[in-house]
Design a protein around this ligand. Structure first.
Ligand code: ZN
Length: 270
């Protein structure tokens, strides 16, 4: 890319040096128009290379408690050819085989810490080093011993700081925050800086179908990535952090009907 930029500048310089009479002035103007066009093309290419944006939707599911519900409803994802990212907390031997099987079926397994503590509070009360050691590095090591390949991280409660983001950087390709849509606006799910991504909640309590569908259409039209977060897939589980299978299917079906690709967190990041 630098080479191309240099050659463009070279042409510009030659045309300036060579312009003595009227005829040459005209040639120079034509050259300049061409150069501007080339530079514009170069800028567009640079933006594409730098941003590496992907058009699609990420369906991410958080928490250890959600695992059996995800397995029970995996057929819904399969029906639409969708694979998502499952962020496990409280990793233990008992769930390892289910996670390996999920991974083998094309799901991404990410880390959601060992004990689901608020990262910022934990760091303030103890230290960043202790949080990293106990909540991140320890489960990461255990998961890798079972053959799980973990590239992505999601913050418990979506709470993070620049300090925790930086602590995680050597271990993950992307980290994900989380929060409900504000005023039924799902555009927060487009927020990213190539490392930190915001996952907007689609748990049923915070789900506004029309606004979500509009955001999905914007993702498709503008070539953006929309990151969504959800928890237990169940109608009646005793928590607010749940999405009904019906609501989940509406999201899957709409994405599929507008031709929006299903991505995973490991597909993002640059
Ligand atoms: Zn969580």
């Amino acid at each position: 890319m630098n080479k191309l930029k240099m050659s463009v500048l070279g042409v510009a310089l030659l045309s300036v040096v060579g312009c003595g009479g009227e005829t040459k002035e005209v040639i120079k103007e034509v050259e300049v128009v061409k150069i501007v066009e080339v530079i514009k093309e170069v800028i567009v290419e640079v933006e594409k290379v730098d941003r590496k944006q992907k058009t699609g939707i990420v369906l991410s599911i958080d928490d250890g408690v959600s695992l059996p519900f995800l397995l029970e409803n995996e057929y819904l994802f399969d029906k639409y050819g969708a694979k998502g990212t499952y962020f496990v907390s409280g990793f233990n031997h008992g769930m390892s085989q289910d996670l390996i099987d999920l991974q083998d079926r094309g799901w991404e397994i990410g880390l959601h810490t060992q004990n689901h503590y608020n990262a910022v509070e934990y760091v303030a009360e103890h230290s960043a080093a202790l949080w990293l050691q106990d909540e991140v590095k320890k489960p990461l090591k255990n998961m890798s011993l079972y053959g799980l390949e973990v590239d992505s991280f999601a913050y418990p409660f979506g709470i993070h700081s620049l300090e925790t983001d930086m602590q995680l950087k050597p271990y993950f390709k992307t980290v994900r925050g989380f929060g409900g849509s504000i005023n039924m606006d799902y555009s927060e799910g487009f927020y990213e800086d190539g490392y930190f991504y915001f996952g907007v909640s689609v748990d049923s309590l915070w789900l506004y179908e029309e606004a979500l569908f509009a955001a999905m259409e914007t993702a498709k039209e503008k070539g953006l990535t929309l990151v969504l977060g959800m928890h237990v897939i169940s109608e009646d589980h005793d928590t607010d952090y749940k999405i009904s299978p019906e609501d989940l299917e509406k999201i899957l079906s709409h994405a599929s009907s507008i031709g929006l690709d299903f991505l995973q967190m490991r597909d993002l990041g640059y």
